[in-house]
Design a protein around this ligand. Structure first.
Ligand code: NAD
Ligand code: LMR
Length: 325
C-alpha cells in the first residue's frame, strides 16, 4: 500500500464540493491505487453541514480514503499539502458580475495565500476556483512570496470544456474528436473562446463552421454560459465546475496529450503582449509538471481586440484590490 497523499479543499460544505469530494475520494485524481487524506477547510457557520458531508463520505466506505481532517484553520488544512483546491468563496446570484464578488471574496485569498506560504509543500499545485478566480489567484500569489507563482493557477477549464462541447455539438462529433480549443483572458463575460487553431478529427474547425456562427453563437454562448446556468438553475454551476476542477488538476499532474493543449489562467510572463504578472488564461501545455504557455500562435486583429479587452479588465480588477497585494 502506498503512503496516503493529502489533498486540501476549501469551501468543503458548498455546492461544488458536494460533487468534487466524492470524486476525489473515489480516486479520480491520483489513481485507483493511491490512498488519500482529505483536509477540508470551512468557516465555523458551515461546520455542521460539513459534518453531514463527512458522514456521507464515510458511508461510501471508499477503499482509498484513509482519513478526513476538518478544520476552520487554513494552516491546518494546508499543512504539507501538494494539492490545494481553493473553492470556498461566495458565488454570484442573478444579475451580478463575477467581479462584484471581489469585495466579499478577495480577503479570503490573502489569508489563504499567507497560510499556503507558511505551511504547504514548496511544490504545491494550487487551483483557484472561487470567483473572480483570476484576480483571487493574483491575490494568493502576492501573499505567498516564498512560493513560486507557478504554484498557482486559476480555473478556465469549465470555459474550455464548454467550448469543446459547443463545437462538438455543432459538428456532430463527440468531445474527444476536438483538439486545441483556447480560452484567453479572464473567467468573465469578456473571455475569448478561440477556435482558430482548433481541429475536429484533425480537420481545421474554421473550415467546418461559418464566421456568423462563431461570432453570434459560439463566442457569446461560452462567455455567458455561467450567467445562463444561474438564470435557468437558480444557482451557479456546481457539478460541471467540480468536473472542471478535477480535470484541471488531473491535467496538471498527468500532462497534456502531444497533439492537444488545455486552457489555464497562469501568471503572465509577457507572452502575447499580456502584462507580466497578471493571472490570464492562455492555451497551455504541461511540461515537466508545469503549465507552459503555447507560443507562436497567430493573433489576428479580431483576436487581439479580445486579448487587450481582457487585459484591461484584469488590470481594473487589480486596482480594486491593490491594498491586498
Ligand atoms: P457555495 O456557496 O455553495 O459554497 C461555498 C462554500 O465556501 C460555503 O460552504 C462557505 O461556507 C465556504 N467558505 C466561505 N468562506 C470560506 C473561507 N474563508 N474558507 C473556507 N470556506 C469558505 O458556492 P459554490 O457553488 O461551491 O461556489 C464556490 C465558488 O466557486 C464561488 O465563488 C463560485 O462563483 C465559484 N465558481 C467558479 C467557477 C469557475 O469556473 N472558476 C465555476 C463555478 C463556481
Ligand atoms: C461559471 O462560469 O459557471 C461560474 O463562474 C459561476 C458563475 O458565477 O457564473
Amino acid at each position: 500500500m502506498k503512503p496516503p497523499i493529502p489533498i486540501a479543499v476549501t469551501g468543503a460544505a458548498g455546492q461544488i464540493n458536494y460533487s468534487l469530494l466524492f470524486r476525489l475520494a473515489a480516486g479520480e485524481l491520483l489513481g485507483h491505487d493511491q490512498p488519500i487524506i482529505l483536509r477540508l477547510l470551512e468557516i465555523p457557520p458551515a461546520m455542521q453541514t460539513l459534518r453531514g458531508v463527512v458522514m456521507e463520505l464515510n458511508d461510501c466506505a471508499y477503499p482509498l480514503l484513509h482519513q478526513i481532517v476538518i478544520t476552520d484553520d487554513p494552516c491546518v488544512a494546508f499543512e504539507n499539502v501538494e494539492y490545494a483546491f481553493l473553492i470556498g468563496a461566495k458565488p454570484r446570484s442573478q444579475g451580478m458580475l463575477r467581479s462584484d464578488l471581489l469585495e466579499q471574496n478577495a480577503e479570503i485569498f490573502a489569508v489563504q495565500g499567507r497560510a499556503l506560504n507558511q505551511v504547504a509543500s514548496r511544490q504545491v499545485k494550487v487551483l483557484v476556483t472561487g470567483n473572480p478566480s483570476n484576480t483571487n489567484a493574483l491575490i494568493a500569489i502576492n501573499n505567498a512570496p516564498d512560493l513560486p507563482a507557478s504554484c498557482f493557477t486559476a480555473m478556465t477549464m469549465l470555459d474550455h470544456t464548454r467550448a469543446v462541447s459547443q463545437l462538438a455539438q455543432r459538428c456532430g462529433v463527440v468531445s474527444r474528436q476536438i483538439r486545441r480549443i483556447s480560452i484567453w483572458g479572464n473567467h468573465s463575460c469578456a473571455q475569448y473562446p478561440d477556435l482558430r487553431n482548433a481541429t475536429v478529427n484533425g480537420i481545421a474547425a474554421l473550415s467546418l463552421v461559418d464566421q456568423p456562427w462563431i461570432v453570434d453563437e459560439f463566442i457569446p454562448t461560452v462567455q455567458y454560459r455561467g450567467t445562463e446556468i444561474i438564470k435557468i438553475r437558480g444557482q451557479s454551476s456546481a457539478a460541471s465546475a467540480a468536473n472542471a476542477a478535477l480535470v484541471h488538476m488531473q491535467t496538471w499532474i498527468q500532462g497534456t496529450a502531444d497533439d492537444d493543449w488545455v486552457s489555464m489562467a497562469v501568471a503572465s510572463d509577457g507572452s502575447y503582449g499580456i502584462a507580466e504578472g497578471l493571472v490570464y488564461s492562455f492555451p497551455v501545455r504541461i511540461r515537466q509538471g508545469q503549465p507552459e504557455i503555447v507560443q507562436g500562435l497567430d493573433i489576428d486583429d479580431f483576436s487581439a481586440a479580445f486579448l487587450r479587452r481582457n487585459q484591461t479588465e484584469l488590470q481594473d480588477e487589480r486596482e480594486t484590490i491593490r491594498h491586498l497585494l
